[in-house]
Design a protein around this ligand. Structure first.
Ligand SMILES: Cc1cc2nc3c(=O)[nH]c(=O)nc-3n(C[C@H](O)[C@H](O)[C@H](O)COP(=O)(O)OP(=O)(O)OC[C@H]3O[C@@H](n4cnc5c(N)ncnc54)[C@H](O)[C@@H]3O)c2cc1C
Length: 278
């Protein structure tokens, strides 16, 4: 249908971004193609060390999924999105396709090995998440392509991650957020992935900050240097959620807390996190 109708058609998944934009007349598609009638697009499966999410899997289904607990940061993300109404409708595929700079999924999945399966009547292709998100509200999808699946490699043993966001209240997008995934070898951080959310036009991979952590003992001094390097790449805009300076400070504080939880999880502790509310 998408290839027949051309770029005047939009896909409808959970409708939690598209319908508000249509109400505000920011978008006015001539055709809506409703994915909710296609069976088999909603699942969480573990296969050969990879978690596979059907594009139509709701945030709430991921929050409740036992398979998804294999990667605790994924549970942190799903459980913290907006309120229960939004989580019951909104989908992982819709979130990535929307590429909202404030969306939670891209920030979290950027710290993992994530591939987005894009499908059209001509066939399908797998795109690395980093190549899928091109800019704010812009992805690598062609107008006749769907996101059909999101595949995430399960990190090895000794790995721990955490995602924390600061929110003014549950049903709003975060003011800033930080995601961390790290691998410990005894006291040494063997590998690290850090992404910052809501402080740029897309989620920002803080590669300099990762470099500061890699190969080091995770001490207060190292964490302070990681936070400083992460703040340096944050590029926030001042808006109703706060000034750019405020968000830059905030994202560093969230990162510090997220590193603490990630280290404890990497050491085998079972820790629940929740976002920080104003
Ligand atoms: C009050 C409120 C608060 C929210 N707070 C948060 C929050 O804190 N954090 C957060 O991350 N999100 C938040 N959201 C957004 C929510 O997570 C949405 O579910 C998500 O952004 C879009 O998913 P959806 O399934 O609703 O997509 P839709 O709204 O149906 O679609 C969004 C866009 O993606 C396209 N699309 C959808 N599915 C596909 C697909 N499979 N393939 C190709 N294109 C597709 C659509 O054509 C459309 O352009 C909030 C939404 C609301 C209404």
């Amino acid at each position: 249908m998408l290839s027949e109708l051309g770029d005047d058609a939009k896909v409808l998944a959970g409708g939690q971004s598209l319908i508000p934009l249509m109400k505000l007349r920011y978008t006015n598609p001539n055709h809506l193609v409703d994915l909710n009638y296609i069976s088999g697009m909603s699942y969480v499966k573990e296969e050969n060390g990879t978690l596979r999410f059907g594009a139509l899997t709701r945030h709430a289904e991921i929050e409740a999924s036992t398979a998804a607990t294999k990667i605790p940061i994924i549970h942190d993300c799903a459980a913290g999105i907006a309120d229960v109404q939004v989580r019951n409708r909104g989908t992982i595929g819709g979130s990535l396709a929307e590429a909202d700079p404030s969306g939670d999924w891209a920030t979290v999945l950027m710290t993992l090995e994530t591939a987005v399966r894009c499908q059209s009547s001509k066939g399908d292709r797998r795109v690395r998440l980093a190549d899928f998100i091109k800019d704010a509200y812009t992805t690598a999808l062609a107008h006749d392509e769907l996101v059909s699946e999101v595949a995430v490699k399960i990190p090895p043993k000794g790995n721990g991650g955490a995602y924390l966001a600061f929110k003014r209240s549950a049903p709003v997008y975060p003011t800033a957020s930080a995601a961390v995934q790290l691998t410990l070898d005894g006291e040494i951080c063997k590998d690290a992935a850090i992404a910052l959310g809501c402080v740029g036009l897309t989620a920002i991979k803080a590669e300099d900050a990762e470099g500061v952590l890699r190969g080091q003992r995770v001490t207060a001094k190292t964490i302070a240097a990681v936070v400083e390097a992460a703040r340096a790449v944050a590029d926030p805009q001042s808006d109703m959620r706060g000034s750019a300076d405020y968000k830059r400070m905030l994202v560093g504080s969230l990162l510090k807390r997220a590193i603490d939880v990630a280290v404890r999880r990497a050491r085998g502790e079972q820790i629940e996190t929740s976002h920080v509310y104003a």
